[in-house]
Design a protein around this ligand. Structure first.
Ligand code: NAD
Ligand code: UDP
Length: 319
């Protein structure tokens, strides 16, 4: 049995990861400050004697004996990470320093949840890991993008200077049940709008693209990356390469929900990347049979059903 620390474990991805690691027979410690996470996402795990939750901010040092660390603590939605940009940078940078220091002290392996945002508004398409990116260092997204880029540098340097066993994954847009309904990301926004018969808010002309990965494919990739040989540190892209425009996403969601919602256009936020698609050849080569398995419409059906039950539960409680 391994003892595993998951920072940001009460968040969208972290809660799925904690559940999967527990199901595989590990002892899991979930650390979170509940900025964008919620206890309700992990409450069903609390009866398991091998699960612990700790309220702690990753920007402060933390000491524990563990075999592995998954470092996910960081708000991921643009609305949330732009809410307090300085705190976002501290979470990425001080959080990485604290967790790398812990990994060094106890000899743990540590995986960093980096992001496709390190490529910024990419000029190379699809994006391979050797592409250095096109990031505005002082723009609205820079607190997140540069924080994550600095964290990658810290991970590589702790590995090279101190021999820490590190793994870096670059996650592309991921969606699924347990996203927050109001966290501002496109999939949750469009589904909630469609289910409630509200206008679907496309930012800009809707021709910008993203490649959407279902959360179980990401969790599988994370666990497989953690178990690669120690000399393979990444970075490695983990995403689903099938690319959609935001207009196509909206049309799919309207179709699957049978909604009467209308599409409206709103101003495009600054520095919004125009295209994004992962080159996943390295992941396919290195991650022992990993490949994304869930197509967009299949994943959307599950996610729509999750938000639909949430809306129904709320309306029952509100009665
Ligand atoms: P999320 O916002 O749902 O989860 C982040 C979690 O980190 C939350 O539980 C939050 O409370 C916690 N947190 C934030 N700041 C903290 C701090 N200072 N100390 C302790 N906990 C803190 O986001 P998510 O989608 O689950 O993303 C998880 C990780 O994956 C993040 O690091 C994110 O950057 C990365 N990522 C996600 C995506 C995606 O599409 N979901 C894409 C790229 C990268
Ligand atoms: N977007 C949109 N309407 C929304 C929310 C987002 O058109 O209500 C667009 C956004 O401008 C971006 C894309 O959807 O082009 C993905 O946005 P998200 O915030 O989910 O992720 P990111 O931009 O970080 O990839």
């Amino acid at each position: 049995m391994k003892r595993i620390l998951v920072t940001g474990g009460a968040g969208f991805v972290g809660s799925h990861l904690c559940e999967r690691l527990l199901n595989e027979g590990n002892e899991v410690i979930c650390m979170d400050n509940y900025f964008t996470g919620r206890k309700s996402k992990i409450a069903h795990l609390m009866d398991n004697p091998y699960f612990e939750i700790i309220r702690h901010d990753v920007t402060m040092p933390y000491f524990i004996e563990v075999d592995e660390i998954y470092n996910l603590a960081c708000p991921a939605s643009p609305v949330h990470y732009q809410h307090n940009p300085i705190k976002t940078i501290k979470t990425s940078v001080l959080g990485a320093i604290n967790m790398l220091g812990l990994a060094k002290r106890v000899g743990a392996k540590i995986l960093q949840a980096s992001t496709s945002e390190v490529y910024g508004d990419p000029e190379i398409h699809p994006q391979p890991e050797h592409y250095w990116g096109h990031v505005n260092p002082i723009g609205l997204r820079s607190c997140y993008d540069e924080g994550k880029r600095c964290a990658e540098s810290l991970f590589v340097n702790y590995h090279e200077s101190n021999g820490v066993k590190v793994k870096i994954i670059r996650i592309f847009n991921t969606y699924g049940p347990k996203m927050e309904p109001d966290d501002g990301r496109v999939v949750s926004n469009f589904i909630m709008q469609a289910l409630q018969g509200k206008d679907i808010t496309i930012f800009g002309d809707g021709m910008q693209t993203r490649s959407f990965q279902y959360v179980s494919d990401l969790v599988e990739g994370m666990i497989k990356m953690m178990s690669t040989e120690n000399d393979f540190i990444g970075p490695i892209n983990i995403g689903n390469p099938v690319e959609f425009t935001m207009l196509e996403l909206a049309e799919n969601i309207i179709d699957l929900t049978g909604s009467n919602s209308k599409i409206i256009h709103m101003p495009l936020p600054a520095d919004d990347p125009t295209q994004r698609q992962p080159d996943i050849s390295l992941a396919i080569e290195k991650l022992n049979g990993w490949t994304p398995k869930i197509a967009l419409r299949e994943g959307l059906v599950n996610t729509i059903s999750y938000f639909d039950s949430m809306i129904r539960d709320k309306s029952i409680h509100d009665m």
